[in-house]
Design a protein around this ligand. Structure first.
Ligand code: FES
Length: 151
């Protein structure tokens, strides 16, 4: 395939940065972490396959809901490094992601719904604490705000 045509399917780091909204420094960091890959031109310049845009979008979206890079890397590990991932690959990746995301949604819902009441943190500062956490008995379940941490 002539070089001119391949460029359309490939992006420079500047083009990838502009289209994804992610600084080039972060893209280089993702590459060092093995989350995205590039090829090098004869002039040693990076070229990213266009499908890298979806990987970067996945990384940013996952980070925005608090997913650590290590977990993101595990999921991206499902995807082929050398070919654009198909929809089937993304389905497999999101399947294992689904559980993790559901757990985070539940945690956030608990936080939203329970922060105005006793959270079982041991402070015993609410009247309700005396009812749901008398004598701080929830401390027996472990440290932290037990009523936020447990379903
Ligand atoms: S809010 Fe802290 S023990 Fe109830």
């Amino acid at each position: 395939m002539p070089e001119s045509e391949a460029i359309a399917k490939e992006l420079t780091i500047g083009e990838l940065s502009e289209r994804s909204g992610v600084p080039a420094s972060a893209l280089r960091f993702y590459e060092r972490q093995g989350l995205i890959v590039s090829r090098r031109t004869a002039g040693n310049q990076r070229r990213y396959h266009r499908s890298t845009l979806r990987r970067v979008a996945f990384i940013r979206a996952s980070q925005s809901v608090g997913m650590p890079l290590s977990a993101i890397g595990n999921v991206l590990g499902f995807l082929p490094k050398d070919a654009p991932p198909t929809r089937e690959f993304w389905l497999r990746a999101s399947a294992c992601w689904g559980e993790e995301i559901n757990a985070r949604i539940e945690k956030m819902e608990r936080m939203r719904d329970r922060f105005t009441e006793c959270i079982g943190c041991g402070c015993l500062s609410f009247e309700q604490c005396l009812l749901v956490n008398p004598g701080d008995r929830l401390a027996e379940h472990g440290p932290g705000p037990r009523r936020l941490l447990e379903p």
